[in-house]
Ligand binder design. Structure first.
Ligand code: G1P
Length: 296
């Protein structure tokens, strides 16, 4: 029987220098796609996939994230007094249950692998999901749900969501080699972090969602700094690959890299165009903007 995935880890310690000055005093994970913070979208995706414990690896100046996942009594009592029940329901729905969130800090920016390792005591000895919140997945069912299906169908192991990118972009990502395709899933036989185009085994990149077995923590611990002088999660996965199975899922949906300005703006347009309450009026507004800015 496969061991269930109940815990998700969200590394949120990054400085967000690409979005200064917006992120001078506010965590980049609180930037909004329409009206939902990027971190909320990742939590929504995890909840949809059945996650019950949400572990945030934060850093200094990230306290607002903890407040966001707490009750806000003053706001709620004001809304109640004003009879704003739809807004109250919304706040209620978005909130993980009591005791379902945990926070720890990455004290130094030593890399993604190190951030994940900081969560080891909170994760304990169970397999867990890892979601990089900058990567916003627009998918139905959600990306992590699609990965859980593969995890169950393949009888456990580790699972990584991948997507195809143009070859000239592979050097920005972790890249996997694929064999034994079954539907949208395959066995991973190679992995490399930020390869040169010539050295990349494919143009399937690691897109920011993982299901990992807890043995990954021991691999991270034994590890030296890798690409960019950072402790990389990919290097730990390469070592774990020697004794455990890794599956890739080419999930159905679109990824928006909200750590990048164009990705972030695109996510806002795509999510707004899908909203019943906004799509018509936003489409009109977009047409006007495009007309005054030289069309498409
Ligand atoms: C990290 C991972 C990389 C992955 C990427 C997705 O890199 O190390 O394997 O492809 O996230 O966004 P980073 O973006 O932190 O450089």
């Amino acid at each position: 029987m496969t061991r269930p995935i109940r815990t998700a880890v969200f590394p949120v310690a990054g400085l967000g220098t690409r979005f200064l000055p917006a992120t001078k005093a506010m965590p980049k994970e609180m930037l909004t796609v329409v009206d939902r913070p990027v971190i909320q979208l990742a939590v929504d995706e995890a909840r949809e996939a059945g996650i019950e414990h949400f572990v945030f690896v934060t850093g200094r100046n990230k306290g607002v994230i903890e407040d966001h996942f707490d009750k806000q009594y003053e706001l709620e009592s004001t809304l109640r007094r004003r009879g704003k029940s739809a807004e109250l329901d919304l706040l209620e729905q978005d909130l993980p249950g009591a005791g379902q969130t945990s926070f720890t800090r990455q004290q130094e920016p030593l890399g993604l692998g190190h951030a994940v390792w900081c969560a080891r005591k909170l994760v304990g000895g169970e397999p867990f999901a890892l979601l990089l919140p900058d990567m916003v997945m627009h998918a139905k069912p959600g990306c992590l749900r699609q990965m859980m299906d593969v995890y169950e169908a393949r009888g456990g192991g580790n699972v990584i969501a991948v997507e195809e990118v143009p070859w000239e972009h592979v050097h920005r990502y972790g890249v996997v080699g694929a064999k034994d395709w079954k539907g949208n899933a395959f066995a991973i036989d190679q992995m490399v972090e930020k390869p040169k185009r010539e050295a990349a085994p494919s143009n399937l990149i690691i897109s920011g969602r993982y299901i990992l077995q807890p043995e990954i923590f021991a691999e991270i611990e034994r590890q030296e700094a890798g690409a960019g002088g950072e402790i990389q999660i990919t290097d730990a996965m390469i070592r774990l690959m020697a004794r455990d199975r890794f599956w890739g899922v080419k999930y159905e949906g679109t990824t928006y890299d909200c750590g990048d300005k164009v990705g972030f703006l695109s996510a806002n347009v795509a999510f707004a165009l899908e909203r019943d309450d906004l799509s018509d009026s936003f489409r009109e507004a977009l047409k006007k903007i495009l007309a005054t800015h030289g069309g498409l």
